[in-house]
Design a protein around this ligand. Structure first.
Ligand code: G6P
Ligand code: ZN
Length: 547
């Protein structure tokens, strides 16, 4: 038995800023390095999370700066907080979807995932701590709310300071009645992917000369992609780029978009470039998909994957339903309509999909923020999306461009973009949202630049499974011609406020399916600005990022 005297109860003072956002607690590294900052939050997790169905905890992160340090502290605290088994990825590595899978496979009570997703890493960059519950999904609002309340009251935390474990070597360490298992971070995840997809078919695709570039962005998917794409599926060596995880992601943002994955994008636009390009983010849950000469927006990707899912073994029997976050374009809605499937519209945040998946009423989900996933785990899953695309390409034997164009011909095209205005003064952003909300009742019926407002609402969501309600999840302005603009403040930023403006314009076809996105959206931007004056209210004419 563990020597009970090594468990220490240490005094601490509560912090008032430990409210988890869309995906856990995210701050700059120096903020986390304040005395007891990590310990307080971890203690709040242990205090709030019920240790059911077992006292097993899954632990890992995306390998960013401060990852190893916090892994050590969590293990020492878990030893003093009634945890019986910790399953930790070798080197402290676990992608978010791999952690979700392990939580489910090992019947753990939850997992602590250390990541700030696509945000940069390094001594002055971002860090994050996220707790996932026993179903493998991000803690729901009720749990994160309770954690926040707990952080405001904490006066002590428990730790077993003598506990140190070598996490660089696979194997098991028994420390009294605590077992720490260091596991290969890739093994169980790769098995899961082999269960879902027909690897022989994809192997044959690569053997036929099909070429691909996968940019792991020096983040967590490097080892996963090397093992699955190159070792198991036979993609040529070099298919995986930037495959070694680095604490600072090589000085880049591990954000798979056209700004941060520009080198990949440029290669994909060359006529002699690869047939298929993809990338994933810091913790491996997001995906970027690019065909030769054509970018696939996440909203379109969700729609194409849903429409073609039956091409792979896991979904050959059909889908139960499709879910998308509210700001995601309604491209998937058309697919659901044609296929006779239910479509659920949830607030931003993967956690809102969990109940729908648990209940078995939805199979596939997606978000405009480059997240797609399904019922195999309770997180979005970057490599899963890539493998589903590969399965479809292997089966249909057409190019990404051809698949996308035939999709638009069948379902119409939702031209779409998101404009981000970053690091706005928080009071300015809050004031604008409050003014906009107050304006809503007067907007209905108004016209600007030929766009007439059909409805203007503050999005609230009632979970169809547990009846919980989430309010103020974004302002939706819908127009008579099927266009839509959504305003919402990001829940994941670490500096000031980020205003996201989501723009969507529908073209049913057959004409107008091959137009320039920016050109198509410009009149919509002018219309909505004329109606609500957002550019003047926030004092910015141009967005910082367009995705
Ligand atoms: C994370 C969450 C997603 C969310 C995205 C953007 O990746 O897991 O569910 O869509 O952040 O969130 P934000 O609040 O910044 O728009
Ligand atoms: Zn992520």
């Amino acid at each position: 038995m563990r020597d009970i005297v090594t468990i220490e109860t240490r005094q601490t003072k509560p912090f008032d800023d430990q409210k988890p956002g869309t995906s856990g607690l995210r701050k700059k590294v120096p903020h986390f390095q304040q005395d007891n900052y990590v310990e307080n939050f971890v203690q709040a997790i242990f205090d709030v999370a019920p240790k059911e169905p077992s006292k097993t905890l899954i632990l890992g992160g995306d390998g960013r700066y401060f990852n190893r340090e916090v892994i050590g502290r969590v293990i020492a605290m878990a030893a003093a907080n009634d945890v019986e088994r910790i399953v930790v990825g070798e080197g402290g590595i676990l992608s978010t979807p791999a952690a979700s899978n392990l939580i489910r496979k090992r019947n753990a009570f939850g997992g602590i995932i250390l990541s700030a997703s696509h945000n940069p890493g390094g001594p002055d960059e971002d860090f994050g701590i996220k707790f996932n519950t026993a179903n493998g999904g991000p803690a729901p609002e009720g749990v994160t709310g309770a954690m926040f309340e707990r952080t405001k009251q904490l006066t002590e935390y428990r730790i077993d300071p003598d506990v140190t474990v070598d996490i660089e070597t696979i194997g098991q360490t028994n420390i009294g009645d605590l077992i720490v298992e260091v596991v290969d971070p890739v093994a169980d995840y790769a098995v899961l992917m082999e269960e879902l997809f027909d690897f022989d078919k994809i192997r044959a695709l690569f053997a036929s000369g099909f070429t691909m570039a996968f940019d792991a962005m020096h983040a967590v998917t490097g080892p996963y992609a090397l093992e699955i794409l190159e070792n198991r599926l036979g993609a040529p060596k070099g298919t995986v780029r930037n495959g070694v995880p680095k604490e600072d992601f090589g000085g880049h943002h591990p954000d798979p978009n056209l700004v941060h994955a520009k080198a990949l994008y440029d290669d994909m636009m060359r006529s002699d470039g690869p047939d298929f390009g993809a990338a994933s983010d810091g913790d491996g849950d997001r995906n970027l998909i690019i065909g030769k000469g054509i970018y696939v927006s996440p909203s379109d990707s969700l729609a194409v994957l849903a429409a073609n899912a039956a091409h792979t073994k896991a979904y050959a029997g059909g889908l139960k339903g499709i879910a998308r976050s509210m700001p995601t374009s309604s491209a998937a809605d058309r697919v659901a309509e044609v296929m006779g499937l239910p479509l659920y519209e949830t607030p931003t945040g993967w956690k809102f999909f969990a109940n729908l998946l648990d209940e078995g009423i939805v199979t596939i989900c997606g978000e405009e923020s480059a997240g797609t996933g399904a019922n195999h785990v309770r997180e979005k899953d970057g490599l899963w999306a890539v493998l589903l695309w590969l399965s479809i390409l292997a089966s249909r034997k057409e190019s990404v461009r051809d698949i996308l164009q035939s999709h638009w011909r069948q379902f119409g095209r939702n031209y779409y973009a998101r404009h981000d205005f970053e690091a706005i003064d928080k009071p300015v952003a809050d004031r604008f949202m409050a003014e906009l909300t107050a304006m809503l009742p007067q907007l209905g019926g108004k016209t600007a630049e030929g766009f007439q407002v059909r409805s203007a609402t503050d999005f609230a969501y009632k979970d169809p499974v547990d009846g919980s309600i989430a309010e103020h999840q974004g302002i939706r302005i819908r127009f008579e011609n099927g266009s839509r603009v959504v305003f919402r403040l990001s829940g994941t930023g670490t500096e000031g406020a980020t205003l996201r403006v989501y723009l969507e314009r529908f073209e049913p076809g057959p004409d107008g399916l091959d137009r320039d996105v920016e050109e198509m959206l410009e009149p919509l931007i002018d219309a909505v600005d004329a109606l609500v004056g957002y550019r003047r209210a926030i004092g910015r004419m141009e967005p910082d990022v367009v995705t």
